[in-house]
Design a protein around this ligand. Structure first.
Ligand SMILES: [Fe+2]
Ligand SMILES: [Fe+2]
Length: 393
């Protein structure tokens, strides 16, 4: 009996509940069938765990290949059910309550007693993959009663996320379409990866070639922005939307010729003007492709604007930039400085942090910078060695 068979039966159960009213025999039959498959599934293991990561369904430590994209995975994830753990010995009553709980969540009718049930000992736990910091020596993290094990991290391939971002950039430049499904999926995967690491994922991705800089940088800024937003106490929705904004902040660079973007020497005045058009271009692309991406458009537009009015685009008045823009601005500078570029080597993290601190209050937001530096220093990231120079983020 495969895990896929059980998940398919769970999906059938939820679909049947959508079709038939409470008490209908079809509901009972679907539930009995699914419980039977679960019991058989549990015979082979100590505990059944499944997580929904982006478009992937991960059972234990492995992504399920035979189930393909399980339709229910994104739906469950969208209502905060990103991980389910079931112990052997689970009773049919417990399973019935669990199915009812998640069906109510899916239909916007949450049962207030369900949360209380999660707090007491139960054979089934479910919740978001929102993992907090773990003390050194711990082997997992807890949130909403859901433990995330180290091994799960092995199921993710961040190179896939980078490849998807590459594809997104190509798609925007060739078809004028911003594929939001893929953008959301990448951010979700990055969020999970970030939270499953005991230390911040830095460097998140190795820079293999210079022309991969934009891709790598987009992923790193997305992760840093989410980590920082979480550290600043923002809610789950905002953290994700800042992750999307971080991922798309330099989208306007797809319009800049590669020779200019990867030029090893000093830029001419004309080339600098072209580079400095990317915030406006990026905002234009985001706004013209999708509705509901206000924050991402604003961040694309403002992420090079300084607190004291400097930077670009330039304004005749002091612009009070969006909080998300100020967060992304800090992450953007840090990642750019710490990355090896054609025209300079990467800086060491401490040097980049000291630089940011020296710019607090003039270029970057003081409080955000302080929180960022504490976050990165607490995470002891590894980075490449360095000499002296500044960066074009
Ligand atoms: Fe930029
Ligand atoms: Fe950037």
């Amino acid at each position: 009996m495969s895990a896929s068979n059980f998940l398919i039966s769970l999906g059938q159960c939820l679909a049947t509940m959508n079709l038939y009213a409470e008490g209908h025999p079809a509901r009972e039959r679907a539930l009995d069938n699914s419980y039977e498959r679960l019991v058989r599934q549990l015979e082979a293991q100590e505990r059944f765990s499944v997580s929904f990561v982006g478009s992937e369904t991960v059972v234990g430590e492995r992504a399920l290949s035979d189930i393909g994209a399980w339709d229910w995975a994104p739906r469950l994830a969208s209502v905060g059910v990103e991980r389910i753990e079931i112990d052997p010995g689970v009773t049919s009553d417990e399973y019935g309550r669990f199915v009812d709980d998640i069906w109510r969540k899916l239909n916007g009718r949450p049962d207030s007693s369900a949360e209380a049930r999660q707090m007491v000992a139960s054979s089934i736990r479910f919740g978001p993959l929102l993992v907090r910091e773990v003390p050194d020596g711990g082997n997992g993290t807890e949130h909403a009663g859901v433990a995330i094990l180290d091994a799960f991290a092995g199921a993710l391939s961040l190179q896939d996320e980078a490849a998807t971002v590459d594809w997104i950039h190509d798609e925007v430049s060739m078809t004028d379409r911003l594929p939001m499904g893929e953008v959301e999926a990448v951010v979700r995967s990055l969020s999970v990866a970030m939270q499953m690491e005991h230390r911040m994922l830095l460097p998140l991705l190795d820079l293999k070639r210079f022309d991969q800089y934009t891709t790598t940088h987009a992923c790193n800024v997305s992760v840093l922005a989410m980590g920082l937003a979480e550290r600043l106490g923002l809610g789950r929705e905002e953290v994700r939307s800042f992750g999307v904004a971080g991922l798309l902040h330099d989208l306007g660079k797809i319009r800049i010729p590669k020779e200019i973007l990867t030029k090893p020497g000093k830029l001419s005045d004309e080339e600098r003007v072209i580079i400095q058009e990317h915030p406006v271009e990026g905002a234009r692309i985001v706004l013209s492709r999708e509705r509901g991406l206000g924050v991402a458009a604003v961040v694309a537009y403002e992420h090079h604007v300084c607190i004291d009015g400097g930077g670009y685009p330039s304004f005749r008045f002091t612009r009070n930039c969006h909080y998300a823009s100020r967060i992304v601005h800090v992450c953007d500078i840090y990642d750019a400085l710490c990355t090896h570029r054609p025209y300079r080597d990467a800086w060491e993290p401490e040097k980049a942090l000291t630089y940011l601190e020296s710019r607090a209050g003039s270029e970057v937001d003081t409080e955000i910078t302080r929180t960022f530096c504490n976050m990165v220093r607490g995470s002891s990231p590894a980075r490449l060695p360095m000499p002296e120079e500044t960066a074009t983020a």
